[in-house]
Ligand binder design. Structure first.
Ligand code: 3PG
Length: 220
């Protein structure tokens, strides 16, 4: 694994949770980021699925120090460039292409690429990526598939995302090949729309309290 990818893995492991955020109004970006940082979260992913997503990343980078901001739904080299220009510190993609991987490597830009099958894991790993987003986690086989992938790929770590909830997150994190979990459950789109910042802080703090590994415990 490259140093860039290894740093991303270590940061994700420390963070435990990477909230996946869909922002309809860029004006919500800073209060939302503050609400999550207040809860103790260290990393967030802003999905590039809404028109204001890049502006939201820029606003958070300018106003909320101490939070690592990633761009999600990155699917092409051009999207990587746009995310970097907006200030994103890492990229998350739902799947993997060699074009995307090579571009990020050329820029020394951290990428968390998605994979959901053994073949996809092999393609990404061949290109130097062995910390992968396992997506869509519950729809594509959940815990059973992650356990099965650990046999042939004991060196690959995953961030399951898609269908992760307060109820099942702990079961995913208990797996030896899971470094962190991602999802929307602590910052649901409806709560963001209604600007329910204290509710989001409470949900995120509760999730961290339940899921944070005791310090010094092995996590993989
Ligand atoms: C996504 O890309 O939307 C994420 O996987 C979040 O999924 P979730 O809403 O099931 O957490």
């Amino acid at each position: 694994m490259t140093t860039v990818q290894n740093d991303l893995l270590e940061r994700a492991r420390d963070s435990v949770i990477i909230p996946v955020l869909v922002l309809d109004d860029p004006a919500s970006a800073v209060p939302l980021a503050l609400a999550l940082r207040d809860a103790g979260l260290q990393m967030i992913e802003i999905t590039l699925r809404t028109p204001g997503a890049l502006a939201a990343i820029r606003a958070i980078r300018d106003a909320v120090p101490g939070l690592q901001v990633g761009a999600g739904t990155v699917t092409s080299p051009a999207t990587v460039d746009a995310a970097r220009a907006a200030g994103a510190q890492f990229a998350v993609s739902p799947g993997y292409t060699t074009a995307l991987g090579r571009h990020c490597q050329a820029l020394s830009f951290p990428l968390l690429p998605g994979a959901a099958t053994a073949t996809e894991v092999m393609v990404a790993r061949d290109d130097g990526f062995d910390f992968l987003k396992f997506f869509p986690a519950t729809a594509c086989g959940g815990i059973g598939l992650l356990e099965a992938l650990r046999g042939p790929f004991p060196d690959v770590s995953f961030c399951p995302t898609g269908g992760i909830t307060a109820e099942n997150a702990g079961d995913f994190l208990a797996l030896g090949n899971v470094a962190c979990v991602g999802g929307t459950w602590m910052a649901p789109r409806a709560a963001i729309r209604s600007q329910s910042w204290p509710e989001i802080t409470a949900l995120a703090a509760q999730a961290l309290q339940l899921l944070r590994r005791p310090s010094g415990s092995p996590s993989a």
